[in-house]
Design a protein around this ligand. Structure first.
Ligand code: HEC
Ligand code: HEC
Ligand code: HEC
Ligand code: HEC
Ligand code: HEC
Length: 184
């Protein structure tokens, strides 16, 4: 078991050193306008596997190890199951949840994760421009590394949250930046 965990930590370490430079650059920019937390409770939806951000982020895994931003840049996307299997072909393979994960991997079907954050149709949204502007994941999604199960802890999908950050950072607040009427 110890040996498997060490392999795991090595893999994580390799990814971390790749991203360490980028992370440092982000940490030096002050977080001037975090999105407000949702006051009303937004319970976590039931997911096909009991995946925990707390467990994996505290292990030192970077967000971008699992969430990539494929062209044209709109989505952060859900992890490829092969990313999970880098560790879980050897780590805690006896646990029922990992056996279920292994079945998804063998089926070659994506894991049917239930979406948590979603803007209304017709709103122009992209992660790419925000990453280019060095807005951090946590600024919009909150303290993800504290979550046992993912829920909508921030109000980032509300128009007021978009606009108040755009005002604070000098980004455009013209209606047409975020809306195309009629909605496409
Ligand atoms: C080991 C892989 C892994 C790492 C590392 C990881 N995530 Fe995730 N993330 C997932 C998986 C799997 C899901 C889908 C299941 C869920 O919602 O918990 C997810 C879902 C999410 C969602 C919800 C998406 C939606 O709307 O449905 C957000 C937001 C998110 N992650 C942000 C982050 C941030 C921020 C970090 C870094 C602090 C991070 N993740 C690190 C695997 C990962
Ligand atoms: C860098 C290695 C690594 C990666 C990558 C990784 N995990 Fe894990 N995962 C672990 C370790 C180690 C544990 C055990 C933590 C503990 O119980 O102490 C764990 C625990 C889990 C558990 C809890 C199992 C249980 O019943 O206790 C689930 C579910 C899980 N991982 C799913 C995933 C999914 C889904 C992905 C891909 C999105 C993923 N893991 C990616 C190392 C990893
Ligand atoms: C400026 C705010 C903002 C930032 C910064 C941000 N997100 Fe998001 N995120 C959103 C919004 C809004 C949605 C809902 C998008 C939709 O409905 O299409 C979302 C959706 C997601 C999803 C669901 C799948 C998808 O691609 O739509 C994941 C996963 C996610 N974010 C992860 C991350 C990670 C990881 C980071 C950092 C690398 C990050 N986000 C940075 C606002 C943000
Ligand atoms: C935490 C701050 C923050 C939040 C929250 C935020 N944005 Fe942004 N947004 C920015 C910054 C900074 C830019 C980059 C402006 C630039 O490049 O001049 C940007 C750029 C954009 C662009 C590209 C504009 C262009 O000229 O190409 C769109 C579209 C956009 N945001 C939509 C949204 C929407 C929709 C939401 C809410 C769901 C949102 N943003 C939430 C900070 C934020
Ligand atoms: C920075 C991005 C942004 C800008 C700028 C913006 N909006 Fe929005 N707007 C949104 C988002 C995101 C939603 C969806 C909120 C949700 O999902 O609850 C929305 C929702 C709306 C809705 C409700 C749509 C519906 O179908 O219920 C109206 C109406 C609206 N906006 C009008 C405007 C007008 C008028 C302006 C210009 C004065 C404007 N918006 C500027 C992001 C923006």
């Amino acid at each position: 078991m110890m040996q498997r965990l060490e392999v795991c930590v090595l893999i994580a370490g390799a990814f971390l050193s790749l991203t360490a430079h980028a992370v440092q650059a982000l940490q030096s920019s002050p977080d001037v306008s975090p999105v407000p937390a949702n006051l009303a409770p937004h319970p976590a939806p039931e997911q096909p596997l009991p995946y925990s951000h707390q467990t994996h982020v505290r292990m030192g895994l970077a967000c971008r190890l699992c969430h990539v931003n494929p062209a044209p840049g709109k989505e952060m996307s859900f992890p490829a199951t092969s990313t999970c299997m880098n560790c879980h072909t050897s780590v805690i393979t006896g646990r029922p949840a990992i056996q279920k994960l292994t079945q998804y991997a063998r089926s070659k079907q994506p894991i049917p994760w239930v979406r948590v954050y979603r803007v209304l149709p017709g709103v122009t949204w992209t992660h790419g421009k925000h990453l280019q502007a060095a807005v951090q994941c946590e600024t919009c999604h909150g303290a993800v590394g504290d979550l046992q199960s993912m829920s909508q802890t921030t109000a980032v999908t509300a128009m007021a949250s978009c606009i108040s950050c755009h005002q604070a950072r000098g980004a455009s607040t013209a209606c047409a930046v975020c809306h195309a009427w009629p909605a496409t």
